[in-house]
Design a binder for this molecule. Structure first.
Ligand code: UD1
Ligand code: UDP
Length: 362
């Protein structure tokens, strides 16, 4: 059986690493890995292949950055060519980026079954490009790998009832697999003179936070004005907008904020493990905070990961400076960590089992 996986953005390298490893363990299934080139800086792409020992992509479509139309359009054109050449039995797509939607569209139009890993998530905000990508991808996928019961319910409410498998979250598998290695190999705390539990880790990259000057200014002003050390590995989009809005020098000169380049996965999970709290607008980082039992302050009004808010591990603060400052000072988690709500750490194995079963049924 031949499987073709489409990745392109940072979180997809991490998610696919888990499934690729399982595929490589099994003889009767092979994988062709396609990198769309959506992310291309060394520390947004190559570092993950090195850190996580992911095989080099068989193709890099080099689409790079652009408007949604240009980026997705180029992906469709170049991906279709590869798929026609490779003739896979199944196409695997991950998450909710433009690379996800392009992979799903190409597969569905060529009548190749599409399997969506991280299906069923919804923020119920169609202004988010990711929500559009999620809804459309789920609608045209044949196999829907959900990370949670909430995701299964979301799909059912949309009338999608066939091909759903609640396998748990591949990011949990990744964390379990790499956390020991991160403890051993990462020297990131030493490099930035940090001590465990003496800093807050922050990431910001959502368009509604980076591309709106007021929102971005509120966020960084809260970082600058709080009484904590903030470690802030900034996404290139965020750095570009900080510079464009004339806010870059302001944050660089802040005594308590360490603005650093994006780091590799092992360094990042080491930073998460040592953090006192995590502040983010990332989807993946919200979950990882929970996996490491760290309180998470989310710079959004909604989240797809509603269970985390309901269970008290995550608080939504939007971009209001005072709300962010209050959460930095006061937000804490008051309950014990129960059994993981995102599966048993064997999502990758289950995904490969289902894919192989799918072929037997065909
Ligand atoms: C994308 C995904 C988002 C995901 C995020 C993960 C979409 C619509 N968005 O957002 O869902 O959470 O990836 O990180 O697919 N840039 C660089 N170097 C790079 C990559 C990007 O400088 O290697 C800069 C460019 O200026 C680019 C901007 O970042 O225009 C945005 O990149 P893009 O891939 O379009 O979206 P992300 O914000 O990364
Ligand atoms: N991450 C990383 N280095 C960083 C920031 C994040 O390795 O400097 C990892 C993080 O551990 C998580 C993933 O990237 O697994 C999240 O990606 P991102 O926040 O870019 O996207 P999202 O999850 O919001 O789609």
């Amino acid at each position: 059986m031949k499987c073709l996986s489409v990745v392109g953005a940072r979180p997809q390298f991490i998610k696919s690493a888990v499934v690729s490893r399982e595929i490589r363990r099994i003889k009767d299934i092979t994988e062709t890995l396609i990198h769309t080139g959506q992310h291309y800086d060394v520390n947004m792409s190559r570092v993950f292949f090195d850190d996580m020992e992911i095989p080099r992509p068989d193709y890099n479509l080099n689409v790079g950055s652009g408007t949604h139309g240009i980026q997705t359009g180029l992906m469709l054109i170049r991906l279709e060519e590869c798929v026609l050449k490779e003739k896979p039995d199944i196409i695997l797509v991950y998450g909710d980026t433009n690379s996800t939607l392009a992979g799903a569209l190409v597969g569905a139009k060529l009548h190749i079954p599409v399997a969506h890993v991280e299906a069923g998530l919804r923020s119920f905000d169609m202004r988010m490009p990711e929500e559009i990508n999620r809804v459309l991808t789920d609608r045209i996928s044949s196999i829907l790998f959900c990370p949670s019961e909430v995701a299964v319910t979301n799909l059912k409410k949309e009338g999608i009832i066939k091909g759903i498998y609640n396998v748990g979250d591949v990011m949990y598998d990744a964390m379990l697999f790499y956390q020991e290695l991160a403890m051993k190999k990462s020297n990131i705390l030493k490099k930035f003179h940090l001590e465990d539990r003496e800093y807050i880790l922050a990431t910001v990259h959502r368009d509604f936070n980076t591309d709106n000057r007021d929102n971005l200014k509120n966020i960084i002003d809260a970082f600058i004005e709080c009484d904590e050390t903030i470690v802030f590995p900034a996404h290139p989009r965020t750095v570009k907008m900080l510079k464009g809005f004339g806010l870059y020098d302001r944050i660089l000169s802040a005594r308590n904020v360490k603005l650093i380049e994006p780091v590799g996965y092992l360094d990042f999970i080491r930073l998460e493990m040592g953090a006192k709290k995590i502040i983010t607008d990332s989807g993946g980082v919200q979950k990882e905070a929970y996996f490491h039992h760290i309180p998470c302050i989310t710079l959004r009004d909604r989240t797809e990961w509603v269970e985390l808010v309901e269970k008290g591990w995550n608080v939504l603060v939007g971009t209001d400076k005072e709300r962010i400052l209050i959460a930095i000072r006061d937000f804490s988690v008051n309950q014990q960590y129960e059994n993981n709500i995102y599966g048993d750490g064997k999502a990758g194995k289950k995904i490969v089992e289902v894919i192989r079963g799918q072929e037997w049924r065909a």
